[in-house]
Design a protein around this ligand. Structure first.
Ligand SMILES: NC(=O)C1=CN([C@@H]2O[C@H](COP(=O)(O)OP(=O)(O)OC[C@H]3O[C@@H](n4cnc5c(N)ncnc54)[C@H](OP(=O)(O)O)[C@@H]3O)[C@@H](O)[C@H]2O)C=CC1
Ligand SMILES: O=C(O)C1=N[C@H](C(=O)O)C[C@H](O)C1
Length: 233
């Protein structure tokens, strides 16, 4: 597979290393100021850039007829624009707040637990996410997906950063040196605490998932998520 990389930071470089190791070729690289190679040669593009740059990168690929996988977080206010453009141009697009297989299994566990806990209002829900100090957005895209999974399965109505109130799922975001990505959901009562936690040990899981998604998307049209790629409910 010939890949274009939009964003060549921590994730772009990890994807390049693992893609080349797996026999793929990187034919185009773009960061903030530079472009190398030819986007038109790519079978699929992978965007891990910035919240500000993602919409332009994704739109450019859809306009140029290149299937595009995006893992950039913090740009979802523009998601409907991408949906419409993709439909108009018969494009191919996947977004996931987290491409690791482990986190996608964890999403299912989170929804299962939320459904069980919805009958027991004495438990207070909290989400905590911890990431490296260079992260630009808070809360993380993954924490937002986890909150949405809880809202879908309980009487909670919204998530809020450091929020409070009966209808709110509070998310607490911490920034610590070199943490790759930790997410923990806690249900606490006076009697006891139940928690589930996912901790990434490196960026390889995110990168491998994005490469898998790129392979899967190559000959498909439409808008998809990581559940489609992995074939999970
Ligand atoms: N979905 C998932 O599984 C995961 C998502 N992420 C998300 O991916 C994104 C990137 O993360 P990470 O690699 O750690 O961040 P980095 O800050 O390490 O890299 C971001 C890159 O984007 C580049 N960039 C800036 N502007 C543009 C532009 N206009 N076009 C193309 N590239 C541009 C930066 O270039 P320069 O250095 O020149 O400024 C840099 O190379 C974040 O939103 C993060 O939350 C991260 C891990 C997993
Ligand atoms: O910025 C990161 O590093 C990560 N971002 C994603 C997010 O916002 O959820 C995924 C992962 O946790 C790493």
């Amino acid at each position: 597979m010939k890949l274009a990389l939009l964003g060549y930071g921590k994730m772009g470089k990890t994807i390049e290393r693992l893609a080349v190791e797996a026999g793929h070729e990187v034919v185009f690289i773009k960061d903030r100021a530079n472009e190398r190679g030819d986007l038109a040669e790519a079978d699929v593009a992978i965007d891990f850039s910035t919240p500000e740059a993602a919409i332009e990168n994704i739109s450019r690929c859809i306009m140029d007829g290149i299937p595009i996988v995006s893992g950039t977080t913090g740009w979802l206010k523009d998601y409907d624009k991408v949906l419409n453009l993709c439909e108009e141009r018969n494009g191919s697009f996947i977004y996931a707040s987290n491409f690791s297989i482990g986190v996608n299994l964890f999403f299912g566990l989170n929804e299962y637990l939320a459904k069980q806990m919805s009958s027991w209002p004495m438990y207070d829900i909290n989400i905590e996410e911890i990431h490296h100090t260079e992260k630009k957005d808070a809360p993380s895209g993954t924490a937002i997906s986890l909150a949405e999974g809880i809202i879908k399965n309980t009487a909670k109505e919204a998530w809020q950063l450091d929020g409070q109130g009966d209808a709110v799922v509070p998310i607490h975001a911490k920034r610590e040196e070199d943490v790759k990505g930790t997410h923990e959901i806690t249900y606490s009562s006076e009697i006891d605490t139940i928690s589930i936690k996912h901790e990434a040990h490196s960026r390889d899981g995110f990168a491998k998932g994005a490469i898998l998604a790129a392979q899967w998307l190559q000959n498909k049209k439409g808008v998809f998520g990581m559940k489609d790629v992995l074939g999970i409910e």
